[in-house]
Design a protein around this ligand. Structure first.
Ligand code: SF4
Length: 212
C-alpha cells in the first residue's frame, strides 16, 4: 500500500507519549483524538463494574509488585490468588498435554483445584461440520473450543487458562468461555511456541518469508 494511503495509528508511533514520559504526541495521536466524554465512559467501565474493577486492580498490582521478577507462570498463579480463584480451568491443545499436566501439578501444589479439557474432546469428525476433506491430513477430528468452554462452565471454574490453542480455535474459546480467561502458551508449531521470534527476525532471517 502507498504510504500516503495508510491510516496512521499507534502502530506507526515512535513518540509513545501516552506512557507519560514525554509531552510530544504525533499529529495522528490516537489518544489525543479521543473525546473527553468517551474517555469518561471508558473510565466508568473500570470503576462502575465490580468485576472489571477487581480484575484491573489485581492485574495492576501483579504488574507493579512483580515487574521483571516473576515468570508468566508465577504471575498467573499470583493473579489467580489475588482474584480469589479456587478452581482453575485449563483449555489445552492436545499437543500440549504434557505442559498442561505440569501446569496443573504446579497449580495444585498452590492449593487450586484444576480441571483441564483438551481440544479433541468430543471426537467430532471434521467432515460432520463441513470442513474440507483435505484438512483430514492433520487429523480426523475437530479441535473443539466450544465444547472445551462448555465443559469448563459445567465445572464452574473461576478462571480459565488457554494452553496453546490453534489460531482461531482460541478465538472461539474466548468467545464461549463463561469466565475470564488468560493465556499462558501461544502455539507456534515452527518456533517452539514463541510466535514473537518471527517478529524479532522479520528484518533479517525471516524477511523474505514474511514480507510481500
Ligand atoms: S496514543 Fe498517541 S502517543 Fe500513544 S502510541 Fe498511540 S499515537 Fe503514540
Amino acid at each position: 500500500m502507498d504510504d500516503k494511503n495508510i491510516c496512521r495509528s499507534c502502530i506507526d508511533c515512535a513518540a509513545r507519549s501516552c506512557d507519560g514520559k514525554s509531552e510530544r504526541h504525533p499529529d495522528f495521536c490516537v489518544s489525543q483524538g479521543t473525546e473527553p466524554d468517551f474517555r469518561e465512559e471508558i473510565k466508568s467501565r473500570y470503576t462502575d463494574d465490580p468485576e472489571n474493577s477487581r480484575i484491573m486492580k489485581a492485574s495492576a498490582e501483579i504488574e507493579n509488585d512483580y515487574y521483571c521478577r516473576l515468570t508468566r507462570v508465577e504471575e498467573t498463579i499470583e493473579w489467580a490468588k489475588k482474584l480469589g480463584a479456587k478452581k482453575i480451568g485449563i483449555a489445552t491443545c492436545v499437543g500440549l498435554l504434557s505442559e498442561s499436566r505440569m501446569l496443573a501439578k504446579i497449580l495444585r501444589s498452590h492449593g487450586f483445584e484444576v480441571y483441564g479439557v483438551s481440544c479433541k474432546v468430543g471426537e467430532i469428525p471434521k467432515t460432520d461440520i463441513g470442513i474440507d476433506k483435505r484438512c483430514l491430513a492433520v487429523g480426523t477430528n475437530i479441535c473443539d473450543p466450544i465444547m472445551q468452554a462448555e465443559l469448563l462452565e459445567k465445572e464452574h471454574t473461576d478462571i480459565n487458562i488457554v494452553m496453546g490453542l490453534c489460531v482461531g480455535h482460541d478465538s472461539l474459546f474466548y468467545k464461549y468461555s463463561h469466565t475470564i480467561t488468560t493465556t499462558l502458551v501461544v502455539k507456534d508449531r515452527v518456533l517452539g511456541n514463541n510466535p514473537a521470534a518471527a517478529l524479532y527476525t522479520a528484518e533479517s532471517y525471516y524477511k523474505s518469508k514474511l514480507f510481500k
